[in-house]
Design a protein around this ligand. Sequence first.
Ligand code: SAH
Length: 220
Amino acid sequence: MSEEWTERRDRMVTEQLRSRGLTDERILAAFRKIPRHLFVPEAYRREAYEDHPVPIGEGQTISQPYMVALMIAALQLQGHEKVLEVGTGSGFQTALLSELALEVVSVERIAALAGGARERLATLGIGNVRLRVGDGSLGYPEHAPYDGIIVAAGAPDAPAPLLEQLADAGRCVIPIGSQRAQTLVRFQKRHGRLHREDLADCVFVPLIGGHGWRAEELHD
Ligand code: SAH
């Protein structure tokens, strides 16, 4: 079976990532290495390498592989960075980031999901990640500034604390828009000024918190 998973991973990389123009070899190697099927619930394991998001419980989803790769590529990591991730979810993207950056701080608002992610990362022997339960729309000032910030949930606007916690020359990648549809946006800080680029259309679960959507504003 493990060979079959490896084959599926290789196929995912070739057919969903490389063929769509994602060619950063470090990122592709990380996708070939991290066992995505261990990050989805048993019932969905066979869909783990398919070209769509998969439910992970608590009404949340693990993003489509291509979207995860696109977001990580937009961070342009070289390996020496400190990265803040908002929305740990299953921990899959966290595991990829742990391969591609020096250290990762990841914040998840749902304790049950953070607990599952913690177990999986420990099982894989991943040590350069700090997981925290809380409202990541406030960032995580204790370890700021960050060279990269990646938000895996859709926000009505870029949360000010995240942009403040971005290091100079740092990049923040975040879906911004309505609850139904967003634009993936990259902010780059250069000499204290923020430059915005719109990268792609996307659909994410909502970022819920002080600088995201308020729980009472949610609709489905
Ligand atoms: N990257 C994840 C995808 C998670 S989906 C993965 O690979 O599995 C988005 C996650 O963001 C959900 O788990 C949701 O609970 C979380 N989330 C939403 N608002 C948040 C907030 N304000 N702070 C931290 N996490 C948040």
